[in-house]
Design a binder for this molecule. Sequence first.
Ligand code: ADP
Length: 578
Amino acid sequence: MRLVLRFIKTYLTPYVWWFLGGAVALVLTNAMTVAIPGYLGEAIDALGQPDAVEVVLRNAGIIAFIGVLIVVIRTLSRVLFFTPGRLVEARVKRDVFERILLQQPAFLRSYPAGDLYSRVSNDVNALRLLAGFGLLSVINVASVLGLTLVQMLRLSPWLTLYMVIPLAIGLGLTQVTIRWLFILIKRMNEEISQLSDYALSTYEGIATVKAFAAEPVFEERFDELNRAYQRTTIQRAALRALISPILTIAGLVNVFLLLWIGGRFVIEGAVTAGDLVAFVSLVAILAGPLRGLSFIIAIVKQAQASLERIYEITDPDIERPDLPEPVGVPSAPPRIELRDLRFTYPDAPEPALAGVSVDVPAGGTLGVFGPTGAGKTTLLRCLTRLYNPPPGTVFIEGRDVRALDLDAWRAQAVLVPQRAFLFSESLRDNILLGSDDGEALERALDLAALRVDVDALPAGVETQVGESGLMLSGGQRQRSALARGLIREPTVLLLDDVLSAVDHGTEAELIASMRQQGGLSPTTVIVANRISALQHADVILVLRGGVVVDRGTHEELIARPGLYRDTWDKQREGEDAA
Ligand code: ADP
């Protein structure tokens, strides 16, 4: 319930006027509905009287008029309740999406795409139901209950008491079954998540599924998940079917009691026949909302389960362990200092970095070399705070990187990853990523040596690159990612083996152009397996198993035996042979 209250507080309060208006309209319609039996009873009691025709006609007219009013005002109440429901739905979706974008990689790994998708669609739908239909029903039931009870008490307190007892028993029984319902709903949510994720990931890997003719295996697994979900849905439907007759039966018992006991009251003259008819109508009015009560409970329970799943995504601290006031980011290429940087991935047994220290002067270039798994990528991730390094280990112009304003820092320090993701949009949009600077685009195409390739593409920069950049070669994808990084004119440039799929001539050209982009040379960290990409670095670290096993300039490193010189010799032989 705490979650529901929190949801109401954050999302529903802005629409309080809508809901209030809706509530007034609802209470009004219910008050009018409840008034009808009075006119009916009066007309019946007048039947034996001389002015019967007049009274009956007048009351029939009044009832018809009230009926028309009810239709109009009830419609209005629905508009007033359901509109904010939709608006809230859109707001929750936007908030959840925004939070997902801010999450750290570790978080994103633990929630597969299908699961997130189902939370954003199914669970948010449940909230819309709560905000619209749920709220409407609560107010509807409460006002119908209140108004009919008042009318009934006015007609006959004793008869009212007899009516309330079966209803109370029915409600009590309903409550017990609701607990099961909640468990089933939770299970259903999990199962639909699994199913969505399975369908999504199969679709992503459809080429592999087809290439290995593995369709039957995937279908079988899908069937399994699908059946589990189906079973739970049916169980839930059965339980709901069980709940709703309980209250119907209570209503029928009421009618029985009315005729049995109420009939006697009429015979004894305690109430008139008209009053009894009015009473029967009131009980009939009550029956609808009471049956709806089980729906309300289901909606609230479902929303509660959904809220748990939504807050699970939006609540985790998005790891911005900033000091109270984040520090501004230097606007010129900064000096970068690593002081005994150690880093272990969450849940990893071994540290990926086990004490790396280095000092890169402003505008300087650090080369990082080492075998796969040495920790090179991890080092770059710590620099951009894709993973937060421990406090006191990474300094930018003398300030702890953790204290920097994260968005400003990421705008300055551009990481070009080894396998860059391209969206299925035009090459232009992929490079600009939301900015709209045509001139910068042209410059970046030149800097990333993409010009010739772009000219060869069917529609130039407007060419749609296809799902994950399918239209481009590996080298073109890498250089597109590079252009995307360079266009931001970063003060810190972090290159993760971006030149591996580029030929030697282009590599040399690229390095030369990047070093002097626009005269301002960023502080650069180049991770590479190919030594030719590193030879101009001011200092090169040779990493292995997370520790620095050697360091120096290219000339120093090739002058002494070791991994670096061996690789250099091998790569030169390969080149000569080629
Ligand atoms: P390199 O870039 O030199 O190939 P990485 O920095 O990618 O090396 O990896 C260093 C070590 O950290 C490896 O042992 C790797 O298995 C581990 N590692 C990398 N990424 C993760 C991760 N996200 N979670 C857990 N361990 C990781």
